[in-house]
Design a protein around this ligand. Structure first.
Ligand SMILES: *Cc1c(COP(=O)(O)O)cnc(C)c1O
Length: 354
C-alpha cells in the first residue's frame, strides 16, 4: 500500500482517527443503528448538534459573547446570498481578493450596487489590497480571510466601524485571531472541518433583524437560531464528522497548537519554493497563505518528469486551479509535516536531476 500524501484543495485531507470514528458511526452509532438511519430529533443526534455548536464557539474563544453557531446547508456559496439577504439594506463594502470574493460580490449585487473598497483583480489576485477605507454609513464590510485558489491570506484585519463579515472557508481553525472582531463568520466544512454538506456560520445575534425585506425561512439566520440549527433535517453525517474534527483539534491543544504546526509546514514549503531555482511562487511574499501554497515550474519541459515523480511519491491533489495553473499545495490542519517533507524532497530531487 502506498501512503497517500493528500494536498487536495477541497474536499481534502481529514484526520485518520476522525475518518475511523465516522465510519464506525455509519455502522453502529446507537445500539446497532447507523448514524444515518436515526431521527435527527433523537437525543443522541441532538447531543451531537449541541456539542458541535458549542465546540465551534469554544475553539474560537467566542463563548458567552453574544454569538450563535449554526450548521447550515448550501455550502459557503449560499452564504454569499444569505449574508446580503439578512444584512444588506442600503449598501455594503466588499474587499475583492479572489474568485470567491468575486462570487460573493456578484450575489450581493442582486440587491444593491456593491462598493468594492479594494481589489487585486487586475494583478491576477496575487496580493491583498491594503490601506483601504471602510465607509461608516454602510451596513457591513465583507472580506475573505484566505484565498484558496490564488494562495493569499489576510494577515491583518481592519478595525471595521461597521459589522465585519468574513468567509473563512479555507482557514477556519488554522490560526489564532481575535475572532470577536468579526460579526459573522462562515466556512464550508470541506476544507478544514469535515465532509462537504454543511457550512459553519457564527453570527453575533445583535446584527440581525435590521433589514426591512421579508426573508424566506430557509435563508433567515434568525429562524435557524430559534430552532437550534434544526429548522429542517440537518446533514447529520457532515455535522457529526465536523464535530469529531473539532474534538480532535481541542484534544491537540486547540487552534494555538495547530497554528504552530501550520507555521512549520508553511515555512518548509515556501523555503523550498524560494531556494529551488526550478520553482516560482505565485503570490507576493507578505501575503502568502499558510493553507494553500501556489507555485509554478519555471521550465515547462520538466512538467512531465515532475508529475511522474509526484505520482511515484504518493502525492495527490497538487494541480493548481485551472484559473492559475501550475501547482497548489494545500496544507490544511490534518496534513502532516511529514507529507510536506515528502513533497519538498521530490522538489529538490528534481533540482538535482535537472
Ligand atoms: C471552497 C470555497 C468556497 C465555496 O464553498 P462551497 O461550499 O463549495 O460553496 C467559498 N469560499 C472559499 C474561500 C472557499 O475556499
Amino acid at each position: 500500500m502506498i501512503k497517500k500524501h493528500n494536498f487536495s484543495a477541497g474536499p481534502c485531507v481529514l484526520p485518520k482517527s476522525v475518518i475511523q470514528k465516522a465510519s464506525e458511526a455509519l455502522l453502529d452509532f446507537d445500539n446497532g443503528l447507523s448514524l444515518i438511519e436515526i431521527s435527527h430529533r433523537s437525543k443522541p443526534f441532538v447531543d451531537v448538534m449541541e456539542q458541535a455548536r458549542s465546540l465551534a464557539l469554544e475553539l474560537l474563544g467566542l463563548e458567552g459573547k453574544g454569538y450563535k453557531a449554526l450548521f447550515l446547508q448550501g455550502g459557503a456559496s449560499s452564504q454569499f446570498l444569505m449574508v446580503a439577504l439578512n444584512l444588506l439594506e442600503k449598501r455594503a463594502g466588499y474587499l475583492n481578493t479572489g474568485t470567491w470574493s468575486d462570487k460573493a460580490i456578484k450575489e450581493a449585487k442582486i440587491y444593491d450596487d456593491i462598493y468594492e473598497v479594494g481589489s487585486s483583480k487586475t494583478a491576477g489576485f496575487n496580493y491583498i489590497p491594503k490601506g483601504y477605507d471602510i465607509p461608516e454609513d454602510y451596513d457591513y464590510f465583507h472580506c475573505t480571510s484566505n484565498n484558496t485558489i490564488f494562495g493569499t491570506q489576510m494577515k491583518n484585519f481592519p478595525n471595521s466601524p461597521i459589522p465585519m463579515v468574513c468567509d473563512m472557508s479555507s482557514d477556519i481553525f488554522s490560526r489564532t485571531l481575535d475572532f470577536s472582531k468579526f460579526d459573522l463568520i462562515y466556512a464550508g466544512a470541506q476544507k478544514n472541518m469535515g465532509p462537504a454538506g454543511t457550512t459553519l456560520v457564527i453570527v453575533k445575534e445583535d446584527i440581525l433583524g435590521k433589514v426591512s425585506r421579508k426573508i424566506p425561512s430557509m435563508m433567515d439566520y434568525k429562524v435557524h437560531i430559534s430552532k437550534g440549527s434544526m429548522f429542517n433535517t440537518p446533514p447529520v453525517f457532515a455535522v457529526y464528522t465536523s464535530m469529531l474534527t473539532m474534538q480532535w483539534l481541542k484534544d491537540l491543544g486547540g487552534i494555538k497548537a495547530i497554528e504552530e504546526e501550520n507555521e512549520k509546514k508553511a515555512r518548509l514549503m515556501y523555503s523550498e519554493i524560494d531556494l529551488n531555482p526550478l520553482f516560482k511562487g505565485y503570490s507576493v511574499k507578505e501575503d502568502r497563505s499558510h493553507m494553500n501554497a501556489t507555485f509554478t515550474l519555471e521550465n515547462e519541459n520538466l512538467k512531465e518528469t515532475f508529475d511522474a515523480m509526484i505520482k511515484e511519491a504518493g502525492i495527490n491533489g497538487l494541480n493548481g486551479h485551472r484559473s492559475v495553473g501550475g501547482y497548489r499545495a494545500s496544507m490544511y490542519n490534518a496534513l502532516t509535516l511529514d507529507s510536506v517533507k515528502v513533497l519538498v524532497e521530490v522538489m529538490s530531487e528534481l533540482e538535482s536531476k535537472a
